[in-house]
Design a protein around this ligand. Structure first.
Ligand code: PLP
Length: 441
């Protein structure tokens, strides 16, 4: 009997009692390799003394003060330091408790910026189909995963959506040539259809994450869409909740594309999962017009000092251990090993990604790329088979047509060793082989 309204209602969950490095131990003494860092959260790894120490020290100094009444040394020091790695000029951070709150903050900030400049008509935000920005109503609405929206459709529909790059199944005419320009044209056509004077912002994940499993856009994509946004005075919001803080082998996903967004959102890896934290960052240019009139927004837990202290310790740890560089090289290794191990597996259509953000797409037929019917529960079976072998993976389903589609994701902590990468690959291979009906060798 439990009084916990759990995330999973269809099966019993093990009780986690200990976590260290890339390993989580349950109450039965079973050890799981955290192959996805939870939900692509943990970069530094579990049980890091530097992060735990920073949390304890700040808690001993000041646990909680309201963001309208005080600032803290912890928050001021973090903001100063993180501004040096953020891909924006004069970044100003608005700390919150997680990714969805960061996205809500970014949306409101974009609106507030335009109001402050006297552009009252600008309120439409453009997101992308098959994207994910969170589960609160604004973030859900601007995201593009229809299955998550279904029950709540009567409350949604304020925002518009354009195409998302997805190289494995790209439907653009002329693919692989000219796709970047085609996506930019589609975005421009949508802006013109809405009326440029009504469009406030364009929000996108630099690299497709929770819904498309580590989809890297084609060369030139980001430059082309940013150029369209600039032409029409549309703010660019980079949602770095999953891609931020080293996950892709650079500090931020947009760093791969030399993009400097107007607003950036962070969550997950900002504290490596040690504390519920995130932020929306505004460039100096966005912040300046907003400052005089203020920002009608706020949460009880925003601007939290303990969160800032943990985030700062995370930043230092990433920097000092060159963990960002390690995410790049280890990610390369993980993809190479997965490709080799899964080369003969008939249901593995694609192994993709960047840094330690890695996706595997499962299909019934490699040649046609036909997805499995959802009724076969392929992703769920692979995750269960991996769990049985002591490997935790992340997943997404339904991306192909809103119902079918099977994606499995790796996103381990950056401290994963070569031996642990090998073990994760072996366990994943055996799990996928089992589901594919191939005898494990
Ligand atoms: C790109 C992106 N934005 C926003 C979110 C929402 O973050 P949270 O679950 O912390 O609210 C996620 C979560 O997966 C995400 O991947």
């Amino acid at each position: 009997m439990t009084h916990v309204f759990r995330r999973v209602l269809t099966r019993e969950l093990p009780r986690a009692v200990h976590a260290e490095g890339v390993w989580i131990t349950d109450a039965e003494g079973r050890r799981y390799l955290d192959g996805a860092g939870g939900a692509i959260v943990s970069g530094v790894g579990h049980g890091d003394p530097a992060l735990l120490g920073a949390m304890a020290r700040q808690a001993a100094r000041v646990q909680y003060v309201h963001g309208t009444m005080f600032t803290t040394d912890a928050l001021e020091a973090y903001a100063e330091d993180v501004a040096t790695v953020l891909p924006m000029d004069g970044a100003m951070i608005y700390p919150v408790s997680g990714g969805s709150e960061a996205v809500e903050t970014a949306l409101k900030l974009a609106r507030t910026y335009h109001l402050a400049r006297g552009e009252e008509e600008r309120h439409v935000v453009i997101g992308r189909r098959q994207s994910y920005h969170g589960n609160t109503l604004g973030a859900l609405d601007v995201g593009g995963k229809d299955q998550l929206k279904g029950p709540y459709l009567p409350w949604l529909g304020r925002f518009r959506h354009t195409e998302t790059p997805y190289e494995y199944r790209c439907a653009m005419p002329g693919h692989p040539g000219g796709c970047a320009a085609a996506y930019a044209e589609a975005l421009e056509a949508l802006i013109l259809d809405i009326g440029p004077e009504r469009v406030a912002a364009f929000i996108a994940e630099p690299i497709g994450g929770a819904t498309l499993a580590a989809t890297v856009p084609p060369p030139g994509y980001w430059t082309a869409v940013v150029e369209v946004c600039r032409r029409y005075g549309v703010l660019v919001i980079a949602d770095e909740v999953m891609t931020g803080f080293g996950r892709t082998g650079r500090w931020f996903g947009v760093d791969h594309f030399d993009v400097r967004p107007d607003i950036l959102t962070a969550g997950k890896g900002s504290t490596s999962g040690y504390f519920p934290f995130g932020f929306a960052a505004a460039s100096a240019e966005v912040y300046a017009p907003v400052k005089p009139g203020g920002f009608v927004h706020g949460f009880t837990w925003s601007h939290n000092g303990i969160g800032a202290a943990v985030a700062h310790a995370t930043l230092r740890r990433l920097r000092e251990g060159d963990l960002v560089g390690q995410a790049a090289t280890k990610g390369e290794r993980l993809r190479e090993e997965l490709r080799a191990a899964l080369a003969e597996n008939p249901i593995v259509g694609d192994v993709r990604g960047i840094g330690l953000m890695v996706g595997i797409e499962l299909v019934t037929d490699r040649a046609t790329k036909a997805p499995f019917p959802r009724s076969e529960q392929v992703t769920e079976r692979v995750l269960a088979a991996a769990r049985e072998r002591g490997l935790l993976l992340y997943s997404s389903t339904g991306h192909v047509d809103g119902r079918d589609g099977d994606l499995v994701m790796f996103g381990p902590p950056f401290v994963i060793s070569e031996e642990e990468i090998g073990l994760a690959v072996e366990r994943a291979r055996d799990a996928i082989d089992e589901v594919a009906g191939v005898r494990a060798g």
